[in-house]
Design a protein around this ligand. Structure first.
Ligand code: C5P
Length: 223
């Protein structure tokens, strides 16, 4: 059995994609499977943490013992995060692939094909940056983000760490088809303001326990 060293801690984890309505039957989303966030929730639970898992639509069972809050849009996810951290959480991990944009005005009715037009323009507006909001308002003592990049992985991840005010960022190269999106394996670099670690490629489950250890150590060292 794992040590129950996180027994007094509340971890809040976002996972999966968000789904942004275009109209009642259509949406904008992405291919995030939620596997990494769910594996992190499972690993934190195994060490005794109280875990709130705020998840977009995925095809995964909730880890036993997690407080699962199912959401669709980024706006819903932000509201659920704010409510879950009314009392400051110990750790927030933003593993969700939040859609960058949503419809400026989602249609209340199903959009009709209009005559014989060949082009349709949708106006999108930026979604709230959930993790930046969590960091800025100190909703958790330790705020950890993910960065999916296709090039200059470390460099872009570092700038995200600074820009969003995070304590740690877990970066992976999504141009590789053997890891990341929808795969069972992942290989990441873990970046804090004064260190870069690169654990070996591993299953998301194995990697999740390693990441939870690193996060627990980091939280312990800095608080
Ligand atoms: O900016 P980018 O999407 O690359 O940053 C990734 C990190 O920011 C992830 O941890 C993701 O969960 C978080 N994020 C967020 N809200 C957004 C966009 C990204 O929480 N609107």
């Amino acid at each position: 059995a794992s040590p129950q060293d996180l027994a007094k801690q509340h971890w809040v984890i976002t996972a999966g994609p968000t789904m942004e309505a275009i109209d009642p039957v259509r949406f904008i989303s992405n291919h995030s499977s939620g596997k990494m966030g769910y594996a992190l929730a499972q690993a934190a639970l195994e060490r005794g943490a109280t875990v709130t898992l705020i998840s977009g639509p995925v095809q995964l069972p909730a880890p036993a013992g997690a407080h699962l809050i199912s959401v669709k849009s980024a706006d819903d996810m932000l509201a659920a995060c704010t409510a879950a951290m009314a009392h400051q959480a110990d750790v927030f991990i933003g593993a969700a692939a939040v859609a960058d944009f949503k419809m400026k005005h989602a249609s209340e009715q199903k959009m009709k094909k209009q005559g014989d037009i060949d082009e349709l323009q949708l106006t999108l507006v930026k979604n709230p940056d959930i993790i930046a909001h969590v960091a800025k308002n100190n909703l958790a003592k330790c705020v950890i983000g993910f960065a999916a990049e296709t090039q200059n992985v470390i460099e872009y991840a570092k700038s995200k760490l600074n820009k969003k005010g995070l304590d740690m960022i877990i970066a992976n190269d999504v141009s590789r088809t053997d890891i990341g999106f929808n795969q069972d394996d992942n290989q990441v670099s873990v970046i804090t303001k004064d260190a870069i670690l690169s654990p070996e490629k591993a299953t998301k489950t194995a990697l999740a326990s390693e990441l939870v250890s690193l996060i627990a150590q980091h939280t312990h060292a800095t608080h």
